[in-house]
Design a protein around this ligand. Structure first.
Ligand code: N01
Length: 543
């Protein structure tokens, strides 16, 4: 059913549900509300196409670190059977093709307003409606407002003195030009060595005249070992769809493999070495799944950390460079663990230099390049900022959301995000946040929490409608309890012990230091959400 204007002459569009964002979350949420519940639902999307994070992150080497056969929707066997991946890890263009396939197959694009950036959303209590405004001045109204803006969609370009004076060109990896960047003959500086920088550097180095990598925090990385998928593997995926889905739904991180149920100290040092070596050869995030206590016990983690640091020293020929790369100050996987293709090998190239900006911090950007505190000057034609995102809260706060009694989300979250189940905020009725802070989101293969959230939200709205109710909001007590539980879950792991982690908001100056994702695992989270629903949406007020 088409959306209607409120009254003749009014420019407001009125729908039942507005969804912000057309990535994985927004696409599935639109399908679920429109095609399962029969709601009038629309998506507002700033980009000119579907894809969300994959639309913007077109940097060289952009590739998913979840294995392709698990990085896709599982809610429809029919949808899954209509698609075949080509590589172990899909490259950005292939994920985009997949999401377009989904959008076309489910006929979603007719209800997505592209090129429409939301600039404000205000809850009108008298009407129990959300009033949403866009950059172009359009106005929308809806009973339900669902954010599907992802966790990593607000690019962080560090405020380095002299930035505006740079005479060359600069790019942030999360806002990469569609036409690409030609590095041939250019002196390129890359700032940042997170998952993105680790993927980008080897590819940039292939064409740049020279690449200088500015590393502030040394990072672990395990080889991805990407390969084209064999016909046998594709057959396995086709034939084993229910089993693969069942594994993804019953593992803490939503990946299609299980975490080994053994402690690092259950095996001899020789056996442990053999296990790590096999996992290194196999490649990918399964390295983290070799033992159950890697993220729980520092001594256990040290064994993996030592193994990985030794690998760096073995790969990188220049001992000084190797030492800077292996000088890692945090437990393995306590920051998001990158996987790579030839990252450490890249530092053996003649046209690549590593600069340790922990020891000698970036002082300024000059017209000619980057200057560090020691007075060293690095002349550059191009600077690539692989400097990450104002993660999790950033994409929500920039929507300028105002709830009941004029309370803004920025005020409600001044000391850090507070919500219930990661899905709803007290004082913001009928606002649902897919993969919001407090959700397992970024600690998982993202599609798994996304599917769970969308289905939970859809069931919740169906529950309200079946009872003639039109409002749901968590109680302050439920929010307090969830915030406590999120903190406790994080404190039971090594994750909050990394002072410079974006999980804590530590990469953004002035951002409250709160561990944002739910570290209790997707299986436990799913169980809690199911119990809450089964108990009549315990912890929520409805009306
Ligand atoms: O961002 P990051 P990312 N001066 O924040 C450095 C997902 N992802 O885009 O650690 C100098 O991790 C910063 O240093 P430090 C994934 O969840 C997935 O790489 O703050 N350096 C760090 O080295 C990932 O975790 C995939 O000390 C500065 C880097 O920039 C998340 O996205 C691929 C600086 C930022 O690392 C974010 O990853 C890519 C400054 N002023 C990303 N400011 C896959 O699926 C920041 N840095 C494969």
């Amino acid at each position: 059913m088409a959306a209607t204007s409120l009254s003749p002459g009014s420019t407001d569009r009125s729908v039942d549900a507005l969804i912000i964002g057309a990535g994985f979350s927004g696409l599935y949420q639109l399908h679920a509300l429109r095609d399962r519940l029969g709601l009038r639902a629309e998506v507002l999307e700033a980009a000119e196409g579907v894809g969300g994070t994959w639309y913007w992150n077109r940097y060289p080497g952009a590739r998913c670190d979840s294995e392709s056969h698990s990085y896709c929707f599982t809610f429809s066997e029919d949808l899954a059977r209509g698609w075949e991946w080509t590589e172990r890890y899909p490259q950005q263009p292939e994920v985009m093709r997949y999401l377009n396939y989904v959008a076309d197959r489910l006929d979603l694009k007719r209800d997505i307003r592209f090129g429409t950036r939301v600039t404000g959303a205000r809850y009108d209590a008298a009407a129990n409606r959300w009033q949403v405004t866009t950059e172009r001045g359009e106005r929308y109204q809806a009973t339900y407002l669902i954010t599907a803006v992802g966790c990593l969609s607000t690019a962080n370009v560090p405020k380095i003195p002299g930035f505006e004076t740079f005479a060359g060109r600069w790019y942030h990896t999360g806002q990469w030009p569609h036409e690409g960047v030609d590095f041939r003959g250019k002196r390129v500086g890359q700032v940042g060595t997170g998952s993105t920088g680790i993927q980008a550097a080897p590819v940039i180095a292939e064409t740049a005249a020279h690449l200088t990598v500015f590393q502030r925090t040394a990072n672990y990385s395990v080889p991805a070992r990407n390969v084209p998928l064999t016909p046998e593997f594709r057959r396995y995926v086709r034939e084993s769809f229910p089993e693969i889905r069942a594994t993804m739904q019953t593992t803490p991180n939503g990946h299609p493999f299980r975490i080994e149920d053994r402690s690092v100290f259950d095996v001899t040092p020789e056996e442990r070495e053999r296990i790590y070596e096999a996992a290194w050869e196999k490649g990918g995030l399964q390295f983290r799944a070799t033992f159950r206590d890697l993220l729980l016990d520092k001594a256990a983690n040290d064994t993996a950390a030592d193994f990985l640091k030794a690998k760096i020293r073995a790969i990188v020929r220049d001992p000084k460079t190797a030492e800077i790369l292996a000088n890692i100050d945090h437990p393995y996987a306590a920051k998001r663990p990158p996987i790579d293709t030839n990252y450490f090998e890249t530092f053996n190239r003649d046209n690549v230099t590593l600069v340790d900006v922990r020891a000698d911090p970036i002082e300024a950007i000059t017209p000619a390049g980057i200057a560090t505190r020691s007075g060293a000057q690095y002349p550059l034609d191009i600077i690539v900022f692989a400097t990450g995102f104002d993660a999790m809260t950033g994409p929500l706060l920039r929507l300028n959301i105002e709830g009941r009694d004029g309370l803004t989300l920025a005020e409600a979250w001044r000391a850090g995000p507070r919500n219930y189940l990661g899905l709803q905020v007290a004082g913001f009725p009928n606002l649902f946040t897919i993969t919001g802070p407090g959700s397992p989101s970024v600690l998982c293969n993202m599609v798994v929490p996304i599917e769970q959230h969308v289905e939970w939200i859809t069931d919740c709205i169906a529950h309200l409608r079946a009872r003639g109710l039109s409002l749901i909001e968590p109680t302050p007590e439920a929010v307090d309890g969830w915030v406590r539980h999120v903190n406790d879950a994080a404190d039971a792991t090594l994750l909050p012990q990394v002072p410079h982690s974006w999980y804590l908001g530590a990469n953004i100056p002035g951002k409250p230091r709160v561990f944002m994702p739910y570290a209790g695992g997707m299986t436990r989270y799913r169980r809690i959400c199911d119990e809450v629903a089964a108990e009549g949406y315990r912890g929520f007020g409805m009306g």
